[in-house]
Design a binder for this molecule. Structure first.
Ligand code: SF4
Length: 456
């Protein structure tokens, strides 16, 4: 696998900013609000990206730093912003994430929050500061850092119980719901974090609430150290950011780090881990779904063999999709992520060791680099978020959208790629995109090959 890392200047970046990942993690906590310490522009961008993707109102507060605070410090603004959030939203949890500006100014978030507590006394909320300078990472690092900080805030040494911990990466609300469904079918009690399956995908109806219902309960997070097991879908997450590793190191909770359950092998691994833990066999409903996936794979393999894919986005999703493609005969020709800190390359090595062709791996990369690599590799399919639309449109390459953000289609929050059923519907989308492109162009190709100038 040839392996290229960052260049000095990005052209059309392949990642979102670090506090944005922190915002999404906090949206998965019950009765939580999030405040971005920085300029209005940063929080406006984060609101916009989230609203376009989730098609929901996504409130994100800002300390609204301007030129004056940039020079003299943003402490007063941050304290006033916290006051305002308390008055308007009355959250139980307030995440405070920082922007490039606040970090460059050297704002001491811990000290400001500690002072705020001293000055205001008991406010009834937990304020959780998370430094998220975007020049140190992407939304992926921000998501893991915030999830870990949230767990570290609440986790307490507690009596042992039988509720397992399930830690998810930045996946869609539909994927979270599917993982919950699999856990329920296996008869597991669990605490899943962060759970934004309802908060960022609200059903219509009912009374509008400023902070939507749903999210992981803080009292459940507090009991995570007493769990018999943590299952974390985070093989690409480095140890220094890993919430599951933190629980293992601090409280000796055994960690089972798994790839996302996308494709037969990865879903089998997840469900086998649950079978071992519960001692229960695979339920008939899931055995049927597994059989349908295998049947669908057999139906599709002859078409997939023509696929050459560029797969890009956040490391854990890229890793899952590369595995699915390799399992189904689609060559992962270009593998790319804008994220800096991940174990993606190491995780991919055994997956691609047996492929006929070594893919090109691009990390901390941009779309100009992905475009050039895709042309060199003659890809005929792109799989990733909406950021890839510009280069694919230029070259007539179909994009199967998944990941974050999806801003040029609806339903980003409903894109499902996990479980046997989710893998099959996603695989059908990949195969059908190859077929659609094939049937849209084959007459032209035959005409060209035969030197025919009129229509066929
Ligand atoms: S300035 Fe930094 S924190 Fe603000 S939107 Fe840009 S990358 Fe994100």
């Amino acid at each position: 696998m040839s392996h290229n890392t960052a260049k000095q200047v990005n052209e059309n970046q392949c990642q979102q900013c670090m506090p944005l990942g922190g915002v999404i993690a906090f949206k998965g906590i019950e009765n939580a609000m999030v405040l971005v310490h920085g300029s209005q522009g940063c929080s406006t961008y984060m609101r916009l990206v989230n609203v376009e993707h989730y098609n929901e109102p996504v409130d994100i507060a800002s300390s609204s730093l301007n030129e004056k605070q940039t020079i003299y410090g943003g402490e007063a603004n941050l304290k006033k912003a916290i006051d305002n959030v308390l008055r308007v939203y009355q959250p139980g949890v307030l995440g405070v994430v920082t922007t490039c500006l606040a970090e460059t100014m050297g704002e001491d978030l811990d000290r400001i929050v500690a002072d705020y507590r001293k000055e205001r006394g008991e406010t009834g909320i937990d304020i959780i500061p998370v430094p998220t300078p975007s020049y140190s990472g992407s939304q992926t690092e921000g998501f893991w850092a915030a999830t870990r900080a949230i767990i570290a805030r609440y986790a307490r040494a507690t009596e042992k119980h039988d509720r397992i911990n399930v830690i998810v990466p930045h996946i869609s609300p539909a994927d979270i719901r599917e993982i919950r469904r699999l856990l329920d079918l296996m008869g597991c009690a669990y605490t899943l974090i962060p759970d934004y399956s309802l908060t960022l995908d609200r059903p219509a109806g009912g009374k509008y609430q400023k902070i939507p219902l749903g999210g992981t309960r803080t009292e459940d997070i507090a009991r995570m150290p007493g769990a018999p097991l943590t299952i974390q879908f985070g093989e690409t997450c480095p140890d220094e950011l890993s919430p599951g590793r933190w629980l293992e190191q601090q409280f000796n909770v055994p960690l089972v780090n798994l790839p996302l359950p996308t494709g037969v092998e990865a879903t089998d691994r997840f469900l086998l881990a649950l079978q071992e833990f519960t001692g229960r066999p695979l339920p008939e409903a899931l055995a049927l779904e597994r059989g349908w996936l295998l049947d669908g794979m057999a139906d599709a393999h002859k078409y997939n063999a023509e696929g050459r894919a560029a797969i890009y986005g956040e490391p854990e999703l890229v890793y899952a999709v590369v595995r699915l493609c390799a399992e189904n005969g689609i060559a992962p020709a270009v593998i790319a992520s804008g994220t800096r800190t991940s174990r993606l390359a190491a995780c991919l090595e055994p997956v691609i060791a047996n492929l006929d062709e070594r893919p090109e791996l691009l990390e901390e990369t941009d779309f100009a680099t992905i475009e050039a690599a895709s042309l060199r590799a003659a890809v005929n399919l792109a799989i990733g978020h909406s950021g890839g639309k510009f280069f694919t449109e230029r070259h007539g390459i179909p994009v199967v959208r998944m990941g974050f953000p999806i801003h040029d289609r609806i339903g980003g929050q409903r894109i499902l790629i996990v479980g046997y059923a989710g893998s099959l519907s996603f695989l059908d989308r990949l195969t059908n995109s190859l077929l659609e492109a094939k049937y849209a162009t084959y007459r032209e190709r035959i005409r060209h090959q035969m030197g025919i100038t009129g229509g066929i």
